[in-house]
Design a protein around this ligand. Sequence first.
Ligand SMILES: C[S@@+](CC[C@H](N)C(=O)[O-])C[C@H]1O[C@@H](n2cnc3c(N)ncnc32)[C@H](O)[C@@H]1O
Length: 790
Amino acid sequence: MSGFNQEKAYAPKEDTFFDDGREVELLHFVYSHHNINKIRGSPKDVLAAIDEFGRTKKYLMNVGEDKGRIVTELIAEVKPKTMVELGGYVGYSCILFGDAVRRAGGQRYFSLERNPEFAAVILSLVDLAGLSDVVKVVVGSSDESIARLHSTGLLEHIDLIFLDHYKPAYTTDLKLCEEFRLVTPGSVLAADNVIKPGNPPYLEYVRSTVEQKRINLKEGKTGGSVEAMAERTVKQYANKYAEEKFSHSPGNPNLVYDSKLVNSYEPTGIPPSTPRSISTPLWYRHVPKNLLLILLSIITLPISITVVLVTLLHDFFKNNYGNQEHEDENLNQKTILVTGVSMTKGLTILRLLSAHTPHRIIGADVSAVSPGRFSNSLSKFYRLKPPLGDEAEPYIDSLLSVIQRGEVDLWISCSSVVAAVEDGVVVRLAEERAKAAGREFKAVQFREDVVEKLHEKDQFIEYVKELGLKVPESWRCTSRREVLDVLLDGEKGKDEEPDAFEKEADAEGGGKRARQYLLKPIGVDDKARAAMMTLLPFVSSSDTRSHVNDLSITPQNPFQLQEFISGAEYCTHALIIRGRVAAFTACPSSELLMHYSALPPSSPLTQAMLDFTKRVAEKEGEDFTGHLSFDFLVPPNGGAGDTDQNPVIYPIECNPRAHTATVLFANTPDLSSAYLSAFPPSFALSVREIVTPSIPSSPYYWVGHDLVTMLILPFLDAAWGISPVEDVMRGWAGFWEHVVGWRDGTFSVADPIPFLALYHLYWPSVFLEALWKRKEWSRINVSTTKVFDT
Ligand SMILES: C[S@@+](CC[C@H](N)C(=O)[O-])C[C@H]1O[C@@H](n2cnc3c(N)ncnc32)[C@H](O)[C@@H]1O
């Protein structure tokens, strides 16, 4: 905890420190402030005016700047859709957190305040701050308000709750929220003042085991407890509310909380503590999570084996099982290498080529248990050395040696993001070697200079600008200072706390910008990726500073600061052969995309994205052959609808490599012809039109992903009483719909073994390794086999 800046200290706390008219005095102070016009519509300036009153006039029992920062950081991390505070007072926390929730993309901030005069003050200041669209002030005792909001359906779930009202009611109100399933796993609790002035019953409750809570319940221990609490705390509101009433909710004893104490300062400079309790059921934790997933693989093995055997038998009797050798066409037979065959995209391509061309298909991947190596479409599988950042040579050498040993005529690269540049190096070297040996060699892979130009977020934006196309305002930042200079509008970024002069400047409006930005790592940084949807700057410059200072931004690890454009995101996948789009598809996008469905090829939106792709391909010309995918943003009024003729699209990112959306071509034999057009024209089949996924094109899903997220997790949560049964029903219905009407990305009737290998060999080995090496992960992507760090 860094030192408390005395200049920020509120006036000392008197014996009577609230409800003596100072709250209305505050309103007069703010509304007669010489800066009132600047204050209007600015949460930051309303807070500065409240702080000024607290410093220069009278103490106010607000959460204050330091403790407030802890919660605003939590909001940026949790990104609550709905946040609730118990105890609003004059609206300080409500304005600070309500604004943070809105910036984090949230929808509703409920401020529950018992005293109607205080509630009127909150309403007035919230309105002044321009936050009425997000904040809802609810007048009444917290337990009654929670029950009413729940029964009227206005409040269905609490993502983040801030407890800052009558201390003995912390536990009883929390139990009420548990009982109504407003607080469930994933909800985050921030409770103020639990160490000083102290709240032992609350701390005991959030630290209790399920067994302890069940025993307490059996013994009838419900209702409020004032055990070991200061008398002053217990009687704080006795003047107005002679008798405190508590709910007698049993709560949900099955919920276990992870608690963390965070020290900070009161506005008066006295250090209290703020515990934050994050409820994480057992099955979301590292060891049980990996063990349960391995167990799931074992339990479902008989089902998978049965499905695979049935399909193999069916195929055997249809007599079309196995790699088609096309003996009669052996004279012209070429060898095609597909790399990245662990991933669905690689698997899709090799299956299509094997089924619809006469050529010999070989595959390579870094994993020994790559699902693709078990494909009957492969004539041979080679194992590659993994690319390890600066140690890329072993990977490059192993790939070059496969190309040479396998006498590869065409290499189709589907490698992962970490090998994109290395694959560009391999193309150059392999082409040089083939030329020296007088051999023909082609590759569907851009060279490393092209990969770097398109892949690096900032270079791509410059590139698009050169094409004269619209881009969001963006900066490449190699230090925190550069980021802060933009975010704080010229104010110099500093690692230390702002001094009095800077604070003054803050209050005068420095650090306030109308635009909002996203800060994205340019390289691969899973941790920073997790925080990259945080909208910056925050209300207070010091919050912005501390968020930025938490990131490692260096010339070696640069970041891109990009203007935030709200809207729908789409991604595209294209095969480019010698500067011409040979195949193209587009689909709606999400961060961890596990459901794919193609946009109609003729829709104006698809056409707009295709036109952009064509411009890039044409600009690069004859030497431009590879996979090219883009992310586009379409603003709300940008014309994402099927009937809008001129959609506005912002290209925001380019991935010069194969995209999982390749799976949308799984039923499109023409894609293989598109690949063959990489060979010189005399050899290639003619492809006159751009290949798009065959119609009707089914949506794709991955059964393992949906089994866990739509069936098992909702079931476990409901069995333990921590999420409603309706969630289970909804999940099961969705899962069933996918099984019946969608296509699995990995499963193929003609080639079922990779499916078996993915779920019963590849993933169990990953989970075992995670246990063995204690490697924690936060998410996995079944289709790309990527494991995300925590
Ligand atoms: C410490 S103040 C809240 C300060 C506020 N969170 C902030 O930081 O700006 C506590 C507030 O809780 C309110 N309060 C106390 N008991 C309550 C209850 N049972 N239900 C709702 N509000 C309550 C009080 O009237 C008081 O305004």
